[in-house]
Design a binder for this molecule. Sequence first.
Ligand code: NI
Length: 250
Amino acid sequence: MFIDTHCHISNKYYNNIEDIINECLSNKVNQMILSCCEKDDIDESLQLIDKYNCLYATFGFHPDQIDKITTNDLKKLEQLLKQNKKIIGVGEIGLDYHYPTDKEKQKKLFEEQLIIAQRLNMPVVIHSRDATQDTIEILKKYKVKGVIHCFSGSLETAQIYIKMGFKLGIGGVVTFKNSNLATVISKIPMENIVLETDSPYLTPSPFRGSTNSPKYIPIIAEKISSIKNLPIAEVAKLTTKNCYELFDLK
Ligand code: NI
């Protein structure tokens, strides 16, 4: 069986969530961790994890939410993280310098949530775009473990994160022709890899251009299986084990 460790499931993106879930289950994607990272998605995400056994979630505020989040929202987030057993991590949180932004404000929101994760001893899911240096510097200040979501950096960066105890979330990018990720993956141990789709974004090849779904996880696993020269069943087993250990799932 496979787990999608990072997807965004919402009626905003899918007409029929029930169908999406059933398609996942018939493609051996038996569990999915939904990333609830916008304030407006909280209620829907809570309903979904309550309704479907196979759904878990991470909750946290994405850096693009900096102008919406108040101290009260952070308090509410911490309460949810503490109370709801199906919320198993903090994220996605981090830094995104791709578009012009207030970097200091982003760092503040990021650190506030790292403090919460540290206090609750929960894993974090990190979003880092065009901000590798600052992400590493900030993470070094806290005692947290977690996933570098949608990792697509250099081997050197991969090794830094691994040394810090992070796993790399590998998704559809690995199937893209122009990606260097396959070379990086060939040089890092399987124990540092978890699978993710980031649905509805980053659809793997050959379905690029259509809406992504967690049901495509086996395509990503297949690609890793060929890079690592491992049977796909082994990729499924190892990445599931990594995810279970990190998120303390049973
Ligand atoms: Ni995401």
